[in-house]
Design a protein around this ligand. Structure first.
Ligand SMILES: [Zn+2]
Length: 50
């Protein structure tokens, strides 16, 4: 994924990569950054189909 649009908190996995919500913590992995860090989104953004 392209890390450019992501904030530092989003890149660090502290905030949802879609809606920027920090609580509850994003837990759904949707991809990886070029440096290997996981891109996380919250359950609502991941959707029932993941
Ligand atoms: Zn979200």
């Amino acid at each position: 994924m392209d890390p450019a649009p992501l904030s530092l908190a989003q890149r660090a996995g502290h905030a949802c990569a879609v809606c920027d919500k920090r609580w509850p913590r994003p837990t759904e992995r949707i991809g990886d950054l070029p440096d290997g860090a996981p891109v996380l989104v919250c359950v609502e953004c991941a959707g029932p189909c993941g």
